[in-house]
Design a protein around this ligand. Structure first.
Ligand code: ASP
Length: 430
């Protein structure tokens, strides 16, 4: 396998994992064998990726900001990053709404299927609802309060607090620029070296990626629900998938128009991160690889990628927002509700905010969907309707979330003259 490009190796690992699980499900002992002896390797792989998320953000963001040497560059970059992120998210929600209103997948759900789904998945839906309840009870400024940790060690000890770690790293990096260069030099050198070590760790973990995704996909296959339920939800899933496909097309177009890099250049560069996002369903776990691909293969300078990508992994979730819009309208249709134009505009606002608030972990988008449903007056019990297909859709929307971050990082880099010349970029073997 040595000579093959990484995305091929990952694809082979994924295919082999699915095939292996399909064969083993024919034996009574097969599913248990996978749960006991294969799945743990997938968990170890994801843990290893998550393990470096916090040190990576600290190292790369502090290094990136201190490389800028100038606060005005940072504020220019920050403003552009946030504006483009919000812009692409709103576009994603609108695409989702358009598709679900044209195809109307909810109208194809039979009364009996609806009852069956609600009965089967009512328990899980209730858990998601409770998770969202805490978020709903918070005041309007709570997200701002949550941004500032009271203790950095505490914040760094929990991956879900990534925004707090980002806040600390930016604060630290900015302060490092503000002190005299001579005084800050040892600190800067430390973080430069620290960052290189973390990047090496990512390289080493990625050597095991084909085996990691083999285990992850094999476990997913044996744990997935019956095919009948999938079939009932096929139209809904199709709407989400069409929307996600359009988003990938939209990114390629943006990159092409604004940076003159072709769609195939973009896809070749980012595909290993996309495949990993697909296998892990977590933008946070994929972040180290997204960062490596964007810098080494898409040509974004590290001072830009180290700022744009960690923020994107936590707040820019175009795939999630699109899915939330489709899911909300689908549930409304399935319950025979007719959503007004104003209600749908409300969905644009809440799905944008809910996707920003979703954590970059598996299933987070579904938890935050509760808020979109509640705001639009759609029955929350409807969550049970879509539970059966949530995991595969989560895999696909995570792929889009990652692609969006990568595309935006190229746009921001181009806009401030930090996109490397194409001749300086690593070529992948095919
Ligand atoms: N799993 C997604 C992500 O990490 C979030 C979601 O559930 O939509 O990007």
């Amino acid at each position: 396998m040595g000579k093959l490009a990484l995305h091929w190796k990952i694809l082979i690992g994924m295919g082999a994992g699915v095939l292996f699980a399909l064969i083993l499900t024919n034996f009574s002992w097969g599913p248990n064998f996978i749960a006991d002896w294969i799945k743990p390797f997938g968990t170890i792989f994801i843990n290893a990726l998550k393990l470096i998320a916090v040190p990576l953000i600290l190292g790369s963001l502090i290094k990136g900001i201190s490389d800028l040497k100038d606060i005005s560059k940072l504020s220019k970059m920050g403003f552009r990053t946030i504006s483009i992120y919000i812009g692409t998210t709103v576009i994603a929600v609108c695409i989702g709404l358009l598709i679900v209103n044209i195809i109307k997948p909810g109208n194809t759900i039979a009364e009996s299927t609806r009852t069956e789904l609600v009965e089967n998945y009512g328990g899980e839906a209730e858990m998601a609802r409770q998770g969202a309840e805490e978020q709903k009870q918070a005041g309007p400024l709570q997200p701002l309060v949550d941004l500032v940790p009271e203790n950095i060690i505490g914040a760094a000890s929990y991956n879900a607090n990534m925004l707090q770690v980002i806040f600390f790293a930016i604060f630290f990096g900015v302060s490092l620029i503000l002190i005299p260069e001579e005084v800050g030099k040892p600190v800067k050198s430390f973080f430069d070296g620290f960052n290189d070590v973390i990047l090496k760790m990512i390289d080493l973990i990625m050597l095991t990626a084909p085996y990691g995704v083999f285990a992850l996909l094999a476990a997913l296959v044996v744990e997935s629900p019956s095919a009948d339920l999938f079939a009932a939800l096929a139209m809904y899933a199709l709407c989400v998938l069409i929307g996600l496909g359009l988003m990938i097309g939209f990114y390629m177009l943006l990159v092409w128009v604004f940076t003159k890099r072709t769609p195939s250049f973009f896809l070749k560069g980012i595909s290993p991160a996309q495949l990993l996002g697909f296998s892990t369903s977590s933008s946070a776990a994929t972040l180290p690889v997204t960062m490596e691909r964007v810098e080494e293969h898409l040509g974004v300078e590290s001072d830009v990628s180290s700022f744009v990508l960690p923020i994107g992994a936590t707040i820019n979730m175009d795939g999630t927002s699109l899915y939330q819009a489709v899911a909300a309208v689908f549930i409304a249709q399935a319950f025979g509700m007719d959503l007004s134009f104003a209600a749908q505009m409300g969905i644009v606002a809440t799905a944008t905010l809910a996707s920003i608030g979703s954590a970059a972990v598996p299933g987070a988008g579904m938890v935050m969907l509760v808020i979109v449903l509640a705001q639009a007056g759609i029955p929350e019990a409807g969550l049970a309707l879509i539970f059966a297909v949530d995991r595969p859709l989560d895999m696909c929307r995570t792929t889009v979330n990652i692609s969006g971050d990568a595309a935006v990082s190229m746009l921001v880099a181009k806009s401030i003259g930090r996109l490397k010349d194409i001749s300086l970029i690593k070529k992948d073997k095919f």
